[in-house]
Design a protein around this ligand. Structure first.
Ligand SMILES: [Zn+2]
Length: 111
């Protein structure tokens, strides 16, 4: 199990932008994410653009099938994660981005 805390955008000042318009966006987002919310800053959030955090987590059951691949290179288990519909940190972070609760800056590290 792994858990991280992701900063949540301030609901008072976040603004929505086209993901393709963001400079430095060299990661490929899922095609359904075209609009993302970005931090701005206001008195409510002490001009940080963020207000609060939310835990995201992943739980990977170590089945014999997965155990055999633990020492293999990163990415080897991806098809198994899909097969068993295991939600990884990346998926949880993208869900928060999709719901415009966090910004791209918070999600980059998981992509
Ligand atoms: Zn704010």
């Amino acid at each position: 199990m792994a858990q991280r805390l992701v900063r949540i955008l301030c609901p008072h000042c976040k603004k929505e932008v086209e993901a393709s318009n963001l400079s430095g966006t060299d990661v490929s987002l899922p095609p359904d994410i075209t609009i993302v919310a970005q931090p701005v800053g206001c008195p409510q959030c002490f001009y940080t653009g963020y207000r609060g955090r939310r835990a995201i987590y992943e739980v990977v059951p170590v089945t014999s099938e997965i155990a055999q691949l633990i020492n293999e290179p990163e990415g080897t288990m991806d098809t198994l994660f899909k097969k068993y519909q295991i939600m990884l940190l990346k998926d949880a972070a993208l869900n928060l981005l999709r719901k415009k609760e966090t910004g791209l800056d918070e999600v980059f590290t998981y992509l």
